[in-house]
Design a binder for this molecule. Structure first.
Ligand SMILES: O=C(O)CCC(=O)C(=O)O
Ligand SMILES: [Fe+2]
Length: 259
């Protein structure tokens, strides 16, 4: 696979990979996430989150902690992300920091930028539900998005360079997404015929669009017409913090396992 094959048409520095993890891997990851102890969660006003890989100091140094085995060993998510080539020019050639966000239907994240602590590449895996991610020119408030992507469950979206440094991104606070309200830049890249229920699917072909000619897989999720009801979505936002300080004993960013 080359990253270029997954370039989102009309975008700057944005890549979309459907079915980056299998339905079985998704179920496993969701179970592991449910099993994490309550105190690991940080409650924010409109979502809750966990931080894996360590905490950032006020000077943007990562005090490294080991990443959980369920993103290093099985599935080998970190290596799989590294193998896309997206992190080839980042300081550690792979993510060393992951934010897990949980969004219930009706929750989202205000348009924002991810800031200077990270090398300007972010890879985000969606689990459990779709969402629609909007990208904005700066300043972001009260502007129409310049790019909108439907992020399917199990998909990976990668933004790099200018898309990272010169734009904001956000998720609307809505219970359902009216997919015709936005031009979805990745419409022709979506998987199809996949009911998203964690069962086995036979559509491993990334280019397998639906047949109705408009490129949007309208039967992907419980959908009435062109409205996609949101379910609870978990996202893993994976990035490389340039400056690290090893405070633990195991700080090799799960580099050693090869599959
Ligand atoms: O949930 C997402 O896909 C985006 C999360 C995000 O933008 C962040 O954590 O900075
Ligand atoms: Fe962000």
């Amino acid at each position: 696979m080359t990253l270029a094959e997954h370039h989102v048409p009309g975008s700057v520095d944005t890549y979309y990979i459907p079915n980056f993890v299998t339905a079985d891997e998704e179920s496993y990851l969701l179970r592991k996430i449910q099993e994490t102890p309550q105190p690991k969660w940080k409650q924010l006003s409109n979502r809750r989150l966990q931080t894996w890989g360590g905490d950032l100091t006020t000077k943007n140094v990562l005090l490294t902690q080991p990443l959980p085995p369920f993103i290093c060993n099985y599935p080998d998510l970190i290596s799989r992300i590294a193998s896309t080539g997206a992190f080839d020019e980042s300081p550690h050639q792979r993510p060393n920091h992951v934010i897990l966000n949980e969004y219930h239907p009706g929750q989202g994240i205000m348009p924002h930028q991810d800031g200077p602590a990270y090398h300007p590449v972010v890879a985000t895996l969606s689990l459990g539900s779709h969402t629609v991610m909007h990208y904005y020119d700066l300043p972001a408030h009260e502007r129409e998005p310049i790019l909108s992507l439907l992020l399917e469950p199990r998909s990976l979206v990668i933004t790099t360079r200018e898309q990272y440094t010169a734009r904001a991104h956000g998720i609307d606070v809505v219970m359902e997404d009216r997919i015709r309200d936005f031009e979805l830049a990745n419409a022709a890249m979506l998987s199809s015929g996949d009911d998203g229920d964690g069962g086995d699917d036979d559509d491993d072909d990334d280019d397998d669009n639906d047949d109705d000619g408009d490129g949007v897989g309208v039967t992907l999720f419980p959908a009435e017409g062109e409205v996609l009801q949101r379910r609870t979505r978990y996202s893993l936002t994976c990035r490389d913090v340039a400056r690290v300080m090893n405070v633990g004993i195991e700080t090799r960013f799960c580099r050693e396992r090869k599959f």
